[in-house]
Design a protein around this ligand. Structure first.
Ligand code: NOJ
Length: 749
């Protein structure tokens, strides 16, 4: 009898799960119809089956943290997993999906998640580099390609975009984000959600995106990863949360918790963050996943006494999918039985997860992302590789170019490439390289050689030294190569694992003996350009003083070397601008362009006066400010005009500026608009980015650039924490970076 009823239930379940299994039809089904299906399914699920859906397991591959339960295949068969991550490739995903679909009672398909942070197999520049392109279309397109490739190999959910604002380059994870600015970061966040999700999740080339790490993970004390965050409510709301809100507005499907606490409450137990703000205020409709073992970490955080308590706190806060703690599967049943949590909370979590599976079309066809033909045809296409190469050229930032050292003059016939990053294929991938392989990477040496063939240029490579380590035994050969060349390229920086997760540094100088190598080579006096590979701003004032030219290349992915060679030879034009301030020294951190004025700012007419906000041993200004970046040509700004010196709240202010290419080549400029609210009910930053425009100007060309702002753009959290604008006077600046430009002012009535 028992057996019969189980069979009967299973038959109903299959009918519900696979009823209407035509994808095209399903594309037209609205969320409410899916919701009905979800509700019916939940009605026939046992408590164990429900709890199983709330478990996210790492497969044995590519583990990105401590493994709590290596027995993942068994757990899937037992119905103890709703999702798996770090498993990819059609065969492997099919094998795991089969365990869920064929060996569990209800056959509910799994989600397959993966860290697709800057490309899947076609690896693009790291996100920080991408942000320096200020090119929202390219950023979106790169994630479109990433989604296409990932879905061709079984993935239907990515742990991206990472939208943490950070003002601390000691924190290695700045490489994964869009830099220090909230306004730009929010635009990029939305572009990336659109890139991954497209406008139809049922399309087989789109997948679920995850905004992470909610919230304020980018502000750890002392830049130390996973460390405490102590932040004012105002800063949280104004600087750290808006990129997340932008993702929610763009329809992001899931959100990942952060490892840190806010005001004494770790994210994975933060009811205010996950229920009151995210769901009730912002209207988030997707599901919430924890970061790796974060529910368990409520114990060492000191807010949970044991696993059961941790599970209770997390579920009550609004956390739904447990990544790698196994705390939900081990404790939720007892918590329901003992009355500590209501089954309704579990139903809500299950519902949100199942809804995502329906939207992806997994109930129509659990293997719809396991398509051998797509796997064979849609990965690393020529078009993707060409795009990756172009993206490298847009992401690099020219930091210095004395006497037009770059581009390499046509007369050059012998180039010495020197430095530990000159032929470092794996490092080009940057951190979080998904399914990317070093063997696909074009190193700088490869890129230069490919370009040099037609030009009849010899390229000689000498490593000179290791990235870290104190040996100078390679210096002599490097010096000899430099002396023998008529142009020198120094490839210096960090290795790829010196940024990313668990990669905080207290010293941001070039590691090892690289600066010594650079000094020895530069002093030979050959025209020398430094190419920097790194995942964060570095402190390089000596290099800036001594090197004739510096190109910040970050980690550019598989086409790094080709794109950089295009720039060095002048086939492409540098146009990137920094999205993170480069400090002179670590003592200046946190340093960012939108700081406050304070009560004792330095008086420019008497800068030495002691009792002002400054250092005894360092300037206040950074080495390179936010928004900074050079081109091979020069741009001049003139004729700044505003439509009116005074606007009302309903008006639009038009700002016009003339930008001219006055140099000797074509070029692309990122024209930036900043404002400053001079007096508010609370203090306001000295500068706030409010707009930008990328303009390509041929040599000698002049163009008017127009910006428009309204009172909405002037809003902030006032004294009463209302998000509003206040009448008063505003300065505005239009220019090439956050530290220079033409100025005017206007009033809001
Ligand atoms: C920990 C990282 O913080 C997170 O960003 C990542 O998505 C997960 N591990 C999964 O790999």
């Amino acid at each position: 009898m028992k057996k019969h009823s189980a069979l009967f239930i299973t038959a109903i379940a299959l009918f519900i799960l696979f009823g209407g299994c035509n994808t095209e039809q399903n594309q037209e089904i609205g969320t409410s119809e899916y919701q009905q299906k979800v509700d019916s399914l939940i009605k026939i699920m046992t408590l164990d089956e429900k709890i199983g859906q709330l478990n996210l397991l790492a497969s044995g591959w590519d583990v990105t943290g401590p493994v709590m339960d290596p027995n993942y295949k068994q757990l899937i068969k037992q119905g103890n997993a709703g999702a798996v991550f770090n498993a990819y490739g059609v065969d492997y995903v099919t094998e795991l999906q089969r365990l869920a679909v064929e060996e569990t009672r209800l056959g509910i398909p799994l989600l397959f998640g993966y860290d697709v942070i800057h490309g899947y197999k076609t690896i693009f520049p790291i996100p920080l580099a991408q942000s320096c392109s200020w090119d929202l279309e390219m950023i979106e397109h790169s994630d479109r390609i990433a989604a296409t490739e990932a879905t061709a190999e079984g993935i239907n959910w990515v742990f991206a975009p990472m939208v943490d604002i950070s003002r601390d380059p000691r924190w290695g994870r700045v490489s994964e984000g869009a830099g220090e600015d909230t306004w730009l970061g929010s635009k990029i966040a939305a572009a990336r959600v659109n890139g991954f999700q497209g406008n139809n999740l049922a399309d087989e080339q789109t997948l679920l995106a995850t905004m992470k790490h909610f919230a304020a993970y980018g502000a750890p004390q002392a830049g130390r990863d996973y460390h405490t965050v102590d932040i004012s409510e105002r800063s949280l709301l104004e600087y750290y949360l808006p990129p997340f809100k932008a993702c929610v507005d763009a329809g992001v499907a899931s959100v990942m918790t952060s490892f840190n606490e806010i005001s004494g409450v770790p994210s994975s137990s933060n009811h205010w963050l996950y229920t009151e703000l995210l769901r009730n205020t912002w209207g988030f409709k997707g599901f919430v996943v924890t970061d790796y073992t974060s529910i368990y970490e409520l114990i060492p955080h000191g807010v949970a006494q044991d696993s059961a308590h941790a599970g209770e706190l997390a579920l009550k806060a609004g956390i739904q999918l447990d990544m790698q703690s196994s705390i939900f599967i081990k404790n939720l049943k007892n918590l329901v039985k003992s009355g500590k949590i209501s089954e309704k909370l579990i139903d809500k979590a299950v519902s949100d997860i199942l809804l995502a599976k329906y939207k992806l079309g997994l109930f129509d066809d659990p293997y719809r992302y396991c398509n051998k033909t797509r796997e064979g045809n849609e990965i690393m296409t020529q078009a993707s590789k060409d795009f990756a190469r172009q993206f490298v050229t847009k992401s690099c930032v020219l930091l210095k170019n004395e006497n037009q050292t770059l581009p390499i003059p046509e007369t050059v016939k012998k180039i010495a490439l020197i430095g530990p990053l000159g032929n470092a294929a794996e490092d080009m991938l940057g951190n979080w390289s998904a399914a990317g392989w070093a063997q696909y990477c074009v190193t700088l040496f490869d890129g230069l050689k490919a370009e040099a063939v037609d030009k009849n240029i010899q390229i000689h490579y000498e490593k000179g030294c290791e990235i870290v380590g104190l040996s100078t035994s390679g210096f002599d050969a490097a010096i000899k190569a430099a002396k023998n060349a008529d142009f020198v390229i120094l490839a210096l920086g960090e290795d790829r694992n010196m940024s990313g997760e668990a990669a905080s540094r207290t010293n941001l100088n070039l590691p090892g003996v690289q600066m010594q190598l650079a000094e020895k080579i530069i002093e030979i006096g050959k025209p020398t350009a430094v190419v920097l590979f790194n995942g964060r701003p570095l402190t390089i004032p000596e290099l800036d003083q001594k090197a004739p030219a510096i190109l910040e290349a970050w980690f550019g992915g598989i086409q790094s070397g080709s794109g950089i060679a295009d720039l060095l030879f002048g086939k492409a034009l540098p146009s990137g601008k920094l999205t993170m301030t480069f400090p002179h020294n670590v003592g200046q951190i946190p340093i960012h362009y939108n700081m406050k004025n304070n009560g004792r700012p330095v008086d420019p007419t008497n800068p030495e006066y002691r009792f002002r906000s400054k250092y005894l041993d360092s300037p206040n200004q950074p080495l390179y400010p936010f928004g900074y970046g050079l081109s091979y040509t020069n741009f001049s700004y003139s004729n700044l005009k505003i439509s009116s010196p005074e606007i009302r709240a309903t008006d639009t202010l038009t700002i016009q500026v003339t930008v001219s290419n006055t140099g000797k080549s074509d070029g692309e400029e990122i024209v930036q608009l900043y404002i400053r609210d001079l007096v508010g009910s609370v203090t306001r930053p000295i500068n706030e980015l409010k707009g930008f425009s990328k303009v390509f100007l041929k040599q000698g060309e002049t163009r008017d650039v127009i910006f428009k702002i309204t009172a909405n753009d002037l809003k902030f959290f006032n004294l009463d924490m209302e998000y509003t604008y206040e009448p008063g006077k505003f300065d505005l600046m239009v220019g090439p970076n956050s530290a220079s430009g033409l100025k005017d002012s206007f009033s809001l009535r």
